[in-house]
Design a protein around this ligand. Sequence first.
Ligand SMILES: [Zn+2]
Length: 467
Amino acid sequence: MSRLVLTILITLFSAGALMAQPREPDWSQLEDETLRHFRALLQFDTSDPPGRERPAADYLKHVLEDEGIAVEMFALDDERPNVVARLKGSGAKEPLLIMAHTDVVNVDPDKWTFPPFSATLDGGYVYARGTVDDKDNVAASLMVMLELKRRGVELDRDVIFLAESGEEGNTTYGIEFMVNNHLPKIQAEFCLAEGGSVTRVGGRVEYASVQTVEKIPYAVELVATGVAGHGSRPLQTNSVVHLSKAVAAVADWRTPVRLNETTSMYFERLATISSPEAAERYRNVLDPDRVSESVEYFLEHEPRHASMLTSSLSPNIIDAGYRINIIPSDANATVDFRALPDEDIPAFLNEIRRVVDDPAVEVKLGKRNTRPAGEARLDTDAFRAIEAGIDEHYGVITLPTMSTGATDMAYLRDKGIQCYGIGPATDVEDGPKGFGAHSDQERILVSELHRFVRFKWDVVTELAAAK
Ligand SMILES: [Zn+2]
């Protein structure tokens, strides 16, 4: 062997060893297949309730098995299985879980231009329930699994695919069942799931949101008791009056502001891409002397931002009285209490009692399927990989976000899994037009589905491919 050949060989080998990323799949070749699987999944009516995720789960099982990927199904209810598949890595690192849910929220078919489970293609969009929540994530994860397997990508860690049921209606069939009964099947260092988004304004991508923490839902009951009597002789002890004052006091109370790692970075970064006026309001959030001005503004104009800063209380159900001429002896209100993840619940209830300041009104926790608290860190390889992927594919800033609503990631974070919520790009104008998640209709741009698959591939391979 000549020295020249030897040098070339050595150069080739070391170049191969240094390559961080496996060779890019030929994405234009894969777009038809992606769309075919996506539309097939959308055409199963998995409205939850009742769910009936079985046909979608069977479809995923067949597609994965046809590619030689072993699949396991785990079900509390036979019609509602969870699908798990694992590509083995060397074990050098802990696994990566890519998770999505196969059920969708209910539809009112009369509101739809195209039938909600037709997956009609029109004007560059696919229309169907589940297009952005969450069959986009199911299809993207499926394509990533298929390509990892086809290309024989060597992995430093296992990549686990989970298509869960019950996310929209009843987590006992989905994530709770998996976490409580089959945790070793999905245990991982990192998890990617729904809950994030890339926001387009006027057709231009402006920023990306990655969910890293969420508020915890509780119910608070306000129960007023008094003396029953004849409506013609008003009583000072009228339970409706006491309850009304308590509800008003709770609604007017400005709950304490508290930031965490995620919300601090969120407002800091949001300021860098906002108009000067808005930027000042976002920066003021970080200044204890000026934050209350921002809160007042947010309460009126940006309620989501107000809710991201405090534990919040929204009195949403009132149950009082039954006859015009009877003063009722009791009345109660149910308050939607969304706690900051680090909230001290008993202490917070005491604060509500202090604010209500009425011995005739009892304040207590009501029944609600609550969730454990947990926050994903921002200094991990996973967050860095997501940020880099967003920068490469969308060219915008990443905002770590705390969602005010609850997601299935809470159950996994409780088990020490660092979970990050991601999602494809959607037009901010689509929500008000009635095309968003949980809207009257739902749609996604086909081009954005494909971009999301490529982005997810890069994040997964950056985290899991052998280096
Ligand atoms: Zn969802």
